[in-house]
Design a protein around this ligand. Structure first.
Ligand SMILES: Cc1cc2nc3c(=O)[nH]c(=O)nc-3n(C[C@H](O)[C@H](O)[C@H](O)COP(=O)(O)O)c2cc1C
Length: 351
């Protein structure tokens, strides 16, 4: 796992690592085995400053861990060697400036086909903000960060403090999403995107509690169609998403890679998204897209941190980011602003 320990501790001591993975149990654990595992894990996590959530369902684990890079790396190296599970797959891994599971050394949700013991969001005492929880959980699972932001901004305007919003809204929403996963109402991918979105929303609440403005423009992006591409559906949809999320957005419909490169050289964006058609699978366009990616990087003289690409070829996994030398390939539009914000932060940490 690359948690970039050195740079993080130098640049910002408060940044923490966040890792989500899934795996399969080698033998289905009994309830007492699961409780034993979690009791031991909690003790160790507490001593290392690691918090998180562990979901267990019908032979599958999904765990999110967050904590100081050193502590997290220690726990992670134990987990990776643990013979009780296999097929370990990292779903997301990034640095964040605030915890999502601040009060949970390891929150456990579990379910077998025959339900035995589960902690549900609905078991918790209701708070005045509780009625927002199901709706926000739905928005997070749908990757709709624009509406999450709008709703949190309006709640902040009602006078709720950042602590209230974090403890009584954002954390319960995370638990409600865990419930949705256990009830097969969403897949792991939706859950991890939703959790990332909450992490960013939580960060925005903390950072901007004083100004009353959530997620102001911290990053800038050039949303471009691939040179010569006439279809611009996803570029237009992304423009709404990034604008609502508070980014500085510029759009470009260049005819040539040189025109795209000129715009990048002139502006100093943090990221560029270059989109192929969402309707047609123009395999041959990949060579030109790769050239456009290269030209963009060259033109940016180092300020461009993330190059993202999209289009039907990527949505259907016919091509990947690596095919064209990009940092990220969109499978769909939802959640792109969250993912690119994470990549920009990671990239800056490495620089
Ligand atoms: C699915 C799963 C999740 C685990 N989560 C944690 C955890 O969060 N923290 C932890 O210390 N150990 C966790 N463990 C247990 C570790 O893998 C390991 O057994 C334990 O930390 C003891 O490690 P050690 O033998 O290196 O001392 C988990 C094990 C499994 C199978």
């Amino acid at each position: 796992m690359q948690l970039h320990t050195g740079s993080v501790s130098t640049n910002s001591a408060s940044w923490i690592g966040c890792l989500t993975y899934q795996s399969r149990a080698v033998l289905r654990p009994s309830e007492s085995e699961l409780e034993q595992l979690v009791a031991h894990a909690r003790q160790r996590n507490r001593s290392l400053g690691v918090t998180g959530m562990l979901l267990y369902e019908n032979g599958r684990f999904l765990q999110t861990l967050e904590g100081p890079p050193d502590g997290l790396a220690t726990v992670w190296s134990s987990i990776q060697c643990d013979k009780r599970h296999r097929d370990i797959e990292i779903l997301t891994e990034h640095m964040v400036s605030g915890r999502l599971f601040s009060d949970w050394d390891l929150l456990l949700y579990s379910r077998e086909d025959n339900p035995r013991r589960t902690t549900r969001a609905s078991d918790l005492a209701p708070h005045a903000l509780a009625h927002y929880v199901p709706g926000l959980a739905q928005l997070a699972l749908a990757g709709d960060d624009a509406r999450i932001n709008a709703q949190l901004a309006s709640i902040a305007e009602q006078g709720w403090s950042a602590d209230d919003i974090l403890s009584h809204l954002i954390e319960p929403v995370a638990r409600a999403m865990g419930d949705a996963w256990l009830a097969d109402q969403c897949c792991e991918f939706d859950l991890t995107i939703g959790i990332s979105m909450l992490q960013l929303a939580g960060h925005a609440v903390r950072t901007h509690a004083c100004t009353g403005t959530l997620r102001r423009s911290r990053y800038s992006i050039l949303l471009a169609t691939a040179p010569g591409e006439s279809h611009m559906l996803s570029t237009a949809m992304l423009a709404d998403q990034f604008t609502d999320a508070g980014w500085q957005v510029e759009m470009a419909f260049p005819e040539t890679k040189e025109a795209l490169a000129n715009q990048i050289a002139a502006q100093g964006h943090d990221a560029v998204d270059i989109a192929l058609s969402d309707a047609l699978t123009r395999q041959r366009a990949l060579v030109k897209l790769r050239e456009a990616v290269e030209a963009s990087r060259k033109a940016s003289s180092g300020h461009l941190v993330v190059v993202s690409v999209g289009g039907r070829l990527f949505a259907e996994a016919t091509a990947s980011a690596a095919t064209v030398g990009a940092d990220h390939a969109r499978r769909n539009v939802g959640g792109t602003s969250v993912r690119l914000a994470q990549l920009i932060r990671q990239g800056r940490t490495l620089q």
